[in-house]
Design a protein. Structure first.
Length: 451
């Protein structure tokens, strides 16, 4: 990284950043209070509020959102007449899954092979630290040239929409000229990337019933309609022979025109087993960023251990459909429901219930904020140009903010590059990426103030 005061300050702050991230990762802030204590999330929120106050933020508050969680808000006044930038991150995390499967404890930040391991280190407690580092570097270099608002969400991973509903009820709170969502990541380590699109999502529960009760498979099997078999056939109709998603009436042929995703690199990132083929058609980028993708998340049926020789009377599944930009999630939900109902065999009774939904997002990459970000990344990542990538996942808050503040420019950056393994065992963050992206954000704020 080329020498400049901002970069030098961030580099000097990295030991402090590690210590703070260690403290923040230690909170078991999973916003599922049936599994993890509410007090852990509240303590994490309190830590962030204290950190904002220490940096001179005003109006720091713990916002009680409608889903029963807390988001942390603060405002740092800038020069009179300056633009306002909202910086977003979330402090809630995914459950650690199998804690015994972690190489080191999930809630203890541990350095190994040049990376820092711990649940939330990249997604997205590291994003909180990134914002703090950027602001500290600017203050050391003469001051923060914009008004800054920070919002740290407490339930993003649960998808319960608490902050979205709160923002809709208090639209004046998060108004800004530009919004930096610190919850995505570079395409790969060392390649500066903004996420310009997000797929939306719809989630449905499918219940199939055929009999009044289970039957002995020897006495009735062969003629009695098996609900589990009917469900399997219904779900299989959602894929073509090559694995492409096929929902009647839903377009699945869009193409991605940003950064390319090499198939071998994708196989390595996704940890695909040797000899197992990738599914779908088109380029990898087409498949994961520009086209719909269905996933069966779970099936309720008898487990193998303890199963009896029975024809099943009922079965159900949870089905997720990722919706690409340009497709309305409401319409996609209707098509998915109609498809499942039409493809259920043997006259079986089928009930399709919507469980969740979020619209896709596409950013305006021609805006002044994107030019300011490109210039910042060119300095923080010498020799590299800013790339545009999509993200297969959903961040529903983006659409809420875009609807509330249609004039605001929204950018997505962050620490969740492929090696971070977010949501999985052994999540980690690259300290080099944390350093470079903190420099990027500081330079962006400076560039944007002057634009």
């Amino acid at each position: 990284m080329s020498s400049n005061p901002v970069a030098e300050t961030v580099a000097s702050l990295m030991p402090r950043a590690r210590a703070e991230l260690t403290e923040l990762v230690a909170f078991r802030s999973v916003a599922d209070f049936e599994q993890f204590p509410r007090s852990e999330s509240e303590a994490a929120a309190g830590w962030i509020a204290d950190a904002l106050r220490a940096e001179g933020f005003e109006d720091v508050a713990l916002l009680d959102t409608p889903d029963g969680t807390q988001s942390v808000y603060g405002h740092l006044p800038g020069p009179e007449g300056a633009k306002t930038v909202l910086l977003y991150a979330h402090y809630d995390v995914q459950p650690p899954l199998d804690e015994a499967g972690w190489t080191t404890p999930p809630f203890e930040l541990t350095e190994r092979d040049g990376r820092w391991y711990g649940r939330g280190s990249a997604d997205c407690k590291g994003g909180v630290i990134m914002h703090l580092l950027a602001l500290r570097a600017l203050k050391a270099a003469g001051g923060v040239p914009v008004n800054v608002k920070v919002i740290a969400e407490g339930s993003e991973e649960q998808g319960t929409g608490g902050l979205e509903r709160y923002a809709e009820q208090h639209p004046e709170l998060l108004t800004a000229d530009s919004i930096v969502i610190g919850d995505s990541g570079n395409f790969r380590v060392g390649l500066p990337t903004v996420t310009s699109t997000l797929r939306g999502m719809t989630l449905v529960r499918v219940t199939v019933d055929t009999l009044e009760g289970n039957l002995h498979s020897g006495q009735f099997g062969g003629a009695a309609p098996d609900a589990l078999a009917a469900l399997i056939r219904t779900l299989d109709s959602l894929r073509a022979e090559d694995g492409s998603t096929t929902v009647d009436g839903l377009a699945a042929d869009d193409r991605w025109d940003g950064v390319r995703y090499d198939e071998e690199q994708f196989r390595a990132d996704a940890r695909v087993l040797d000899g197992v083929e990738l599914i779908g058609s088109g380029t990898v980028a087409d498949r994961v960023w520009a086209r719909p993708a269905v996933t069966v998340l779970g099936i309720d049926c008898p487990p193998v251990v303890g199963a009896t020789p029975s024809v099943q009377a009922g079965a159900r599944a949870l089905v997720s459909l990722r919706v690409p930009p340009g497709t309305d999630a409401v319409k996609a939900t209707e098509l998915l429901q109609a498809h499942l109902e039409a493809h259920t065999p043997w006259g079986a009774r089928v009930l399709v219930e919507q469980v969740g939904q979020g619209q896709p997002f596409r950013a305006d990459t021609t805006s002044p904020a994107y030019r300011a970000m490109a210039d910042a990344m060119a300095v923080a990542y010498p020799g590299e140009e800013m790339q545009y990538a999509g993200q297969g996942g959903s961040i529903p808050l983006c659409n809420t903010l875009a609807a509330l503040y249609p004039e605001a420019e929204i950018l997505l950056i962050g620490l969740s590059e492929p090696e971070a393994r977010i949501h999985a065992v052994d999540e980690s963050v690259s300290p080099e990426e944390l350093e470079r992206l903190s420099v990027t954000e500081a330079l962006f704020l400076r560039n944007y103030a002057a634009s």
